[in-house]
Design a protein around this ligand. Structure first.
Ligand code: AMP
Ligand code: MN
Ligand code: MN
Length: 336
């Protein structure tokens, strides 16, 4: 894995942005998608670019690999009604743009359509991005893919309407943890300022994303926090939720994206983990770090990926087995 080419140390050069602009301008049909289990950045970058390119007169075909995973806290995002079913995405399109995906597998069922397009552009900020595009606009120093989309719009001279700005700002605010994580660079703040000037509705975004939880989800948070445990030798805080918890509280899995943020506030810990039982019995594990710990390598060792501070993977074991396996990898990382 060590010598696999990845995006470490890359930035996006002006000529790459211009190449992407030319690719868009040459294409009549543009297909767009982002990763499974979409977060605010996956959705914000996808919808922001969909709206902006539609306004340029492009026939835009945008879809999530699994539309049913659209989290309710992002229903307010402009452009949602433009998303299509993945089956409607044409094969062999002129241009396919993948957003916020560290590799093509993150597109799941849409991967063949991405790889079958005449030109594939990969816009992303994961340091483990494997550069799967014909053109890679990949910058691990960018706060978010939404920030990169904003740079692309600027390079193309394409307008950021208030709706576009709302989408992109949502990506920035969520991927930076409300401008609190280390990826909150001066450039990210400058872009946020430009998006605010372009009419992004900051108050709406805060209210919808952070203050519109269902009572069911609030109760689920209670369960997860009550069973949280700390393993001091590993500096780990962890908890889990089961399908039964979802049934009994009435919460849904897509609502639980920020559950882990509650855990990562525990003083004295370096890594937070939450294990979520999926319908098929597999377990999705989310990892977050603080104080300079790196969870990306842990997630990669377990078949997933992500950033230094936020990473994840899916495990075929049950919750207990997944936890045991995670502890093993964390212990190994600690002792050698
Ligand atoms: P999550 O905990 O699911 O919100 O994921 C945190 C971060 O890890 C996100 O940036 C994801 O893009 C990345 N990630 C999660 N699961 C995977 C996976 N199976 N493969 C690659 N990256 C992942
Ligand atoms: Mn993402
Ligand atoms: Mn992102």
């Amino acid at each position: 894995m060590a010598d696999k080419p990845d995006a470490r140390g890359r930035t996006v050069r002006e000529e790459d942005l211009q190449a992407a602009v030319r690719a868009v301008e040459k294409s009549t049909v543009v297909c767009l998608s982002s990763h499974v289990n979409p977060d605010g950045d996956a959705l914000g970058s996808l919808l922001g670019l969909t709206l902006a390119l539609s306004a340029q007169g492009k026939a835009v075909y945008a879809a999530l690999p699994r539309p049913e995973q659209f989290p309710p806290q992002y229903h307010f995002l402009p452009g949602r009604e433009m998303l299509r079913d993945p089956e409607e995405i044409p094969e062999g399109a002129d241009l396919f743009i993948a957003l916020d995906c560290s590799n093509a597998e993150r597109l799941e069922g849409l991967r063949p359509k991405a790889e079958g397009a005449r030109f594939l552009v990969n816009v992303d900020h994961h340091e483990d991005n494997n550069l799967f595009g014909h053109l890679d606009l990949v910058d691990p120093g960018a706060s978010s893919t939404s920030e990169l989309v904003y740079r692309l719009l600027r390079a193309g001279g394409w307008e950021s309407t208030p709706e576009v700005a709302t989408c992109l700002y949502t990506g920035l605010v969520t991927d930076t943890g409300r401008f609190q994580h280390r990826n909150t660079s001066p450039e990210a703040l400058a872009v946020a300022s430009e998006l605010a000037a372009a009419g992004a509705d900051l108050a709406l975004i805060s209210r919808e994303v952070y203050e519109s939880q269902s009572l069911s989800y609030t109760r689920l948070v209670g369960r997860a926090l009550e069973r949280a445990e700390v393993l001091e030798d590993l500096g780990l805080v962890f908890s889990y939720i089961t399908q039964r918890d979802l049934r009994e509280t009435g919460a849904s899995l897509p609502e639980t994206e920020d559950l882990i943020d509650h855990l990562r506030t525990v003083r004295g810990t370096r890594v937070a983990a939450i294990l979520k039982e999926l319908e098929d019995g597999k377990v999705r594990v989310s990892l977050r770090s603080r104080d300079g710990a790196e969870v990306g390598p842990v997630a990669r060792a377990l078949g997933g990926g992500g950033h230094a501070n936020a990473a994840g993977y899916t495990s075929d074991l049950d919750i207990e087995g997944s936890l045991a396996r995670l502890l093993e990898v964390l212990r190994r990382g600690r002792h050698g």
